[in-house]
Design a protein. Structure first.
Length: 102
């Protein structure tokens, strides 16, 4: 018989709480701590100042937000940046290539 069942989310067990890498938690924690510091430092009734105070937590939450087919927005933005900033000319290095550049 030898029927093996491989779970579809097997990489999820390597993540903290099933969603976060250590870098994700660092980004989120820094954003929330910075927001709390700004809220305690600038006590204001002005809406614009309050939005600016909340901006680090909002940006950090946006970056660690899960996205389908990617881990999160940070990974998606990193992949887009890598695609547009790296070279687009690829050289064949298969089994029949002799290893010389053309």
């Amino acid at each position: 018989m030898n029927n093996y069942l491989i779970p579809a989310n097997s990489k999820k067990s390597k993540l903290i709480l099933g969603f976060f890498n250590p870098l994700d938690l660092i980004i989120f924690t820094v954003g929330v701590v910075l927001t709390l510091f700004l809220l305690f430092a600038f006590k204001s009734n002005n809406v614009i100042v309050m939005i600016l105070d909340l901006l680090p937590a909002l940006i950090a939450s946006f970056l660690v937000m899960p996205v389908p087919n990617y881990h999160n927005m940070f990974t998606l933005i990193n992949n887009i940046y890598t695609y547009f900033s790296k070279r687009k000319k690829y050289y064949w290095r298969g089994w029949c290539a002799n290893g010389k550049k053309r």
